[in-house]
Design a protein around this ligand. Structure first.
Ligand code: GLV
Ligand code: MN
Ligand code: MN
Length: 403
């Protein structure tokens, strides 16, 4: 299938930036490899005849001007998690290039302008902020909230943004997006389990993220009896156990992850005096998520008190579950039916830029199956036939919206 060759072509080009030995990508916001990838993408957009330009913060827009008023947008992100795969985010960009290329070849100039957006940050993997790109597109950014944040190496967000040649947007004007369709890999195993080719997304899960600091007392590992210790690792372990068991007991689709942990001083013969860790919890119903989060916050304070530890809890992300636009969902369902695609209407357990777009413009998402449900992992993969089906559905949905 020619579409598969096109997909492979663009995936190969973009996957060169931030490539890891042994496969996969690490391409974090405002790093050299991220910037170079965005610049290369700009060239590829221009080769397709798009007018391509960055905004102040580094979002990249490729535009095919229509013959009439109005815009239709697609896009995703090229930042990755640490040791991520080649498809999360990047597939939506590749799909956008392929779909628009084929539309232009088949039908020429659209009525409504077609816009491909490569968003400056979706993962929240480098700095404790998330959806920086899409929030800036829509004028929803909070510049104050990112002024003092740093990455794990102590590098400041603003300095890194400046180093890449970008800066804060001076106003909160939204850019014209029109409507937004995002193509993405599923990152779970539902489609595979149900033997479906496509997911049409009706809602995106709610999500909260925390940074927590436990402070005890560093002390000698040989001379400090257990009863006299203020051991930050012990407090951490109790919190992890309590939270995971509560999540399992409360609801089968509630998820809670302790993905990052740092002990200080982190050495074999010292009782850890400090523990810094992350929490990510999600549920598609806001009420269930709120209930779990309140329980978790209270329980952490209680455990810290019992073990003689100080605790600081910073909830830096609190996103509500977001429904997709009903008309856009219907458009994707009907288009999938027209193409004879076997689809499932489902919610997304991952966060996506679409949840930000959905606050302002009609938005919908297309998923393709992930092999083994594996994602945020260098082994993330989707069969090329499935990738091609996703691109074809995107192309046909964009056709209905813009021609
Ligand atoms: C982004 O991929 C997220 O859901 O963590
Ligand atoms: Mn993503
Ligand atoms: Mn991701």
């Amino acid at each position: 299938m020619e579409i598969i060759e096109q997909i492979k072509h663009y995936e190969k080009i973009l996957s060169a930036y931030g490539a890891l030995e042994g496969g996969g990508l690490t391409r974090l916001l405002y790093t050299d490899e991220w910037l170079e990838c965005q610049k290369r993408l700009k060239e590829e957009m221009e080769k397709l005849g798009m007018k391509a330009a960055f905004d102040e913060v580094g979002n990249l827009f490729g535009l095919i001007e229509g013959s009439e008023e109005g815009v239709v947008s697609t896009g995703s992100h090229i930042d990755t998690v640490v040791r991520g795969g080649n498809l999360d985010g990047q597939f939506g960009i590749v799909g956008g290039l392929v779909a628009i290329k084929n539309l232009l070849e088949k039908y020429g100039r659209p009525k409504k302008s077609l816009q491909l957006i490569s968003l400056a940050e979706e993962e929240g993997s480098r700095f404790p902020t998330v959806f920086w790109g899409s929030k800036n597109v829509l004028g929803l950014q909070d510049n104050e909230a990112v002024k003092d944040i740093k990455d794990s190496e102590g590098l400041n967000f603003v300095n890194e943004m400046h180093r890449c040649g970008f800066d804060f947007k001076k106003d909160s004007k939204a850019r014209e997006v029109g409507s937004f369709v995002e193509l993405h890999i599923e990152q779970g195993n539902l489609l595979e389990k149900l033997n479906k080719e496509i997911g049409v997304i009706n809602a995106i899960t709610g999500q909260k993220r925390y940074r927590v600091k436990l402070r005890g007392q560093a002390n000698h590992a040989g001379t400090t009896r257990m009863e006299y210790r203020k051991d930050a690792a012990y407090g951490y372990a109790l919190i992890v156990k309590a939270a995971i068991e509560k999540a399992i007991e409360m609801d089968p689709i509630l998820v809670c992850t302790f993905g990052s942990v740092e002990l200080i001083p982190n050495t074999v013969n010292v009782v850890p005096g400090e523990c810094n860790f992350s929490i990510d919890c999600r549920h598609p119903q806001g009420q269930v998520l709120d209930e779990f989060a309140s329980w978790l916050e209270e329980t952490m304070v209680q455990i810290a008190e019992e073990k003689g530890l100080e605790i600081e809890i910073d909830k830096w992300m609190d996103e509500r579950p977001v429904p997709m636009d009903e008309k856009m969902i219907a458009l994707l369902e009907n288009t999938a039916k027209d193409l004879g695609l076997n689809y499932e209407l489902m919610h997304s357990g991952a966060g996506h830029d679409s949840q930000i777009f959905a606050e302002k413009v009609p938005t919908a998402m297309i998923f393709v199956p992930s092999i083994g449900g594996i994602s945020h992992n260098i082994n993330e993969a989707t069969a090329y036939e499935d990738q091609a089906r996703g691109c074809l559905l995107l192309e046909n949905a964009l056709y209905k919206l813009s021609y």
